[in-house]
Design a protein around this ligand. Structure first.
Ligand code: GAR
Length: 199
């Protein structure tokens, strides 16, 4: 069973989904929640679930010092897989290299479409008929790493950013635990940019 840390900066609904689903999977347990934002929803949610929650504040701290503190924290808790779940701080290539553990991220679009901030607004502005949710490995680019799972979500003609975001969020909550289970079981092989799923 892999020990998982979830890094989150906001309300933490994806953290909640990973916690809720872990009863269905013997492959992973979320044993640590880390945030950079004091008092965010994710921290409260982790504590309610009796999961250790630690705030490593980023405000006024240089990036290198902040990331070094997180690397040390993850090592001290023997974390094996890291999940970003609404962690609104770009990780440096040095952090990603030094971690030497799989890092997953959830993004509210069908990557490579609409990377970065406000993906749902970008989708509406582009007039696409479909958007979706993607779980991918984190690399040094912005939402560019190899895709583990993604599922489409239809865009309705009268969607607002809020309604589309809410429908995509439901899909995020469904695919993130599945993708984490695949990674925790080691049921994948990366060939170039393609993640082959094994059974
Ligand atoms: C989610 O929609 C997630 O996909 C998005 O932030 C939200 C966090 O919600 N992440 C990104 O846009 C990353 N580029 P949550 O705090 O309720 O899990």
């Amino acid at each position: 069973m892999r020990r998982v840390a979830v890094l989150a900066s906001g309300r933490g609904s994806n953290l909640g989904a990973l916690l809720a689903a872990q009863a269905d999977y013997s492959s992973y347990r979320v044993t640590l929640a880390v945030t950079n934002i004091e008092g965010c929803g994710a921290i409260g949610l982790a504590r309610e679930a009796s999961v250790e929650a630690v705030c490593v504040p980023s405000r006024g701290v240089d990036r290198e010092t902040h990331e070094r503190a997180i690397v040390a924290l993850l090592a001290s808790r023997s974390i094996e897989v890291v999940c970003l779940a609404g962690y609104m701080r770009r990780l440096t290539p040095a952090f990603i290299d030094s971690l030497q553990r799989p890092i997953l991220n959830i993004h509210p679009s069908m990557l490579p479409a609409f990377p970065g901030m406000h993906a749902q607004k970008q989708a509406l502005e582009a007039g696409v008929r479909w958007s979706g949710a993607t779980v991918h490995f984190v690399d040094a680019g912005l939402d560019t790493g190899p895709i583990i799972l993604q599922e489409p979500v239809p865009v309705a003609h009268d969607d607002t950013e809020e309604t589309l975001s809410s429908r995509i969020l439901d899909m995020e909550h469904r695919i993130y635990p599945k993708a984490l289970d695949i990674v925790a079981r080691g049921a994948f092989a990366i060939q170039g940019r393609t993640v082959k799923l094994l059974t």
